[in-house]
Design a protein. Structure first.
Length: 101
């Protein structure tokens, strides 16, 4: 007999899936105002912090990000930020709520 998993159990597993965490700390990148980027949420891209399509077949999808200005941005590298796609210090145990700044 084949080992099978019930569809509801599979959905539960997918909901709880954690992304890969390519680095602890942000990717510091220069972005151009008005340009759309696709931030990698699965952690598998070889072109971090941006999506290269490696998420295919995973429950993850890239997050669209339109740069509000031309500047250096700190994009989440651990993929667990509470403020995706930006680094929020989550990987360093420095999680803060907005009213604690
Ligand atoms: S490669 Fe990670 S979301 Fe696309």
């Amino acid at each position: 007999m084949l080992d099978c998993i019930k569809i509801e159990d599979m959905n539960d597993k997918l909901e709880k899936a954690l992304p890969a965490s390519p680095q602890s700390g942000p990717y510091v990148v220069q972005v151009e105002e008005g340009r759309e980027y696709r931030w990698c949420s699965c952690g598998l891209s070889a072109n971090q912090p941006w999506c290269d399509g490696s998420h295919e077949g995973t429950p993850f999808e890239p997050i669209a990000f339109v740069a509000p200005l031309s500047a250096e941005f700190h994009m989440c590298g651990c993929k667990r930020s509470d403020n995706k796609p930006y680094c929020f210090g989550t990987c360093r145990g420095q999680h803060r709520t907005l009213d604690q700044r």
